[in-house]
Design a protein around this ligand. Structure first.
Ligand SMILES: [Mg+2]
Length: 307
């Protein structure tokens, strides 16, 4: 069901997961639901987060909790109908959707499948996870860092945890976009990329985006402070709650589609022979039905930052 990197102007939309798709931190949600909050807090005193959640899963397994128990917790994690609507609507408009998350493949996959959303995403970059032969859920770092032979991700931004630099992943995604755009005849620039996130780890990928791209930080959450201190080159469009997330995202998507339609029409006129006689045929441009959202989506907006 994943959309191809075709024309039409629909952007690539990359979602963070915790507090962006689900309205909770999925690690904390599972740990709390299984009654291990205090122990997890203890583990975090001396382990990096990604290592601590793996250790926590090991202790829960030793105490008789199964991977199915974890799955049951994840099915109960809160996910707004507005997120589901935004995913379905942006995909229907031709967007390709991806997840870029510091949770893990087991948690992300379980939640998306439970809500019938998995097929709308073309890919997920997150910490790998598997159930071992003993039935224990194992969670590994996306970028190996504990082994002295492992290079780690090499990013020096303090907002990137040791196990995952989302900025490094975003650079790879953008490189793939550039290559695909260069290979497609008639494409002058890669499609726009929209990134939605809330946490400190979402700052680095935001800074990799350029002019013509969009960052959608969750209002009042840590990524907003970082963006306010040193903004990205991409346009910043905050969202405040999930109804707003749906509205802002679809506004951007419709704006990009309308912009591409206008550009394609202008290009067609030039190819039609200099247009010495014909005036610009703006009225002939077919705009999508929701392009009334375009003006707001195209105008730069000030970043509102909580104190
Ligand atoms: Mg998050």
């Amino acid at each position: 069901m994943a959309a191809s990197n075709g024309g039409g102007g629909a952007p690539l939309v990359v979602f963070d997961f915790d507090k962006t798709i689900v309205d909770c931190d999925s690690d904390n949600w599972v740990v709390d639901a299984l009654g291990a909050t205090r122990r997890f807090d203890d583990l975090l005193q001396f382990l990096p987060w990604n290592t601590a959640i793996d250790a926590m899963m090991g202790e829960l397994h030793a105490a008789g909790r199964t991977a199915e128990d974890v799955r049951a917790c994840l099915r109960a994690a809160p996910l707004s109908p507005h997120v589901a609507a935004a995913v379905r609507a942006s995909h229907a408009r031709g967007c390709e959707l991806r997840v870029l998350s510091d949770a893990n493949a087991f948690f992300v996959g379980t939640v998306l499948a439970h809500h019938g959303l998995a097929a709308f995403f073309s890919g997920t970059d997150t910490n790998p996870a598997h159930i071992d032969a003993a039935g224990r859920l194992r969670i590994r770092p996306y970028h190996e860092f504990a082994d002295p032979a492992a290079a780690g991700h090499g990013c020096t931004l303090p907002s990137c945890p040791p196990n995952m630099c989302k900025g490094k992943v975003m650079k790879r995604i953008l490189r793939e976009e550039e290559e695909e755009a260069a290979a497609a005849a008639g494409r002058r620039r890669r499609r726009a990329v929209v990134y939605l996130g809330d946490g400190r780890g979402d700052y680095c990928p935001s800074m990799k985006l350029g002019e013509g791209d969009y960052v959608m930080p969750r209002a009042g959450y840590p990524v907003c402070d970082l963006i306010a201190a040193a903004p990205p080159a991409a346009a910043v469009r905050e969202w405040d709650g999930f109804e707003d997330q749906e509205r802002v995202l679809l506004g951007i998507v419709d704006g990009e589609i309308a912009r591409a339609a206008v550009a394609a029409a202008e290009e067609g006129e030039q190819e039609d022979g200099g247009a010495a006689a014909a005036p610009p045929a703006v009225s002939a441009v077919v705009l999508p039905p929701d392009c009334r959202a375009m003006p707001a989506a195209l105008l730069p907006q000030a970043v509102r930052v909580p104190n």
